[in-house]
Design a protein. Structure first.
Length: 221
């Protein structure tokens, strides 16, 4: 039997929390190992059980969800974080990305979308709802650093991998596409992050989208 994805749910609405846990536990490759009502209790659970994926409500009552995401990524970096919201604003998503979130899911998504997002994030991908990616990515990289990013010298392979990350592919998918080992992809991603002075795959994707945007004063083939 394949290794199951261990999930922790942090949600202050009991009905949503328990319902989501039940739906995910019905999946053969998932196991919800804990469900917490608030940020403080959730962080304690993360430290204790070290789940593969943490689902975090974007609007936790008295706890700052951004700080919670930041704490999880800092204290248990092997745990991936997916933020759940009903109608996330672009500035909130950017703030969560800066805090270290690996993915986002809208609360009215289908269970199939929830499952797909969790699997993708657990596999190393960063996931933003398709309806939000168009204008979001262009805002993640600060415009004041654009010239510096343009001047960075990357190898042909690093540029290939940057483009594939921008398409939303995981390390495993990139390895299969390029016919190289997954650990080789991870090494390239590490080098890309260092060269671009970035902190996450979402920021790599943002850089790729920004620098590949067609110019208005030239014709593309």
């Amino acid at each position: 039997m394949a290794k199951r994805i261990l999930v922790l749910v942090i949600e202050d609405n009991r009905l949503v929390r328990e319902g989501l846990a039940a739906l995910l536990n019905a999946q053969p490759d998932f196991k919800v190992i804990a469900a917490a009502e608030g940020g403080s209790a959730g962080l304690l659970q993360v430290r204790e059980v070290k789940p593969h994926v943490v689902l975090v409500d974007a609007t936790l009552g008295s706890h700052d969800s951004h700080r919670l995401v930041e704490s999880v990524r800092k204290e248990v970096p092997e745990s991936k974080v997916i933020v759940m919201d009903l109608l996330p604003a672009q500035e909130d998503i950017i703030a969560f990305i800066k805090a270290g979130a690996n993915g986002f899911i809208v609360k009215d998504a289908t269970i199939e979308d929830f499952v797909k997002t969790i699997r993708s994030v657990a596999d190393g991908a960063d996931v933003v709802p398709a309806s939000l990616t168009g204008t979001l990515l262009s805002h993640i990289v600060d415009r004041s650093t654009a010239a510096v990013l343009e001047a960075v010298q990357m190898t042909k392979r690093e540029r290939e991998i940057t483009s594939l990350i921008a398409e939303g592919m995981s390390n495993k998918e990139i390895a299969q596409r390029l016919n190289i080992a997954t650990y080789t992809v991870k090494s390239h991603v590490h080098n890309i992050l260092e060269k671009l002075a970035l902190h996450s795959r979402l920021q790599i994707a943002a850089h790729a989208h920004k620098t590949s945007a067609p110019s208005t004063d030239r014709t593309t083939a």
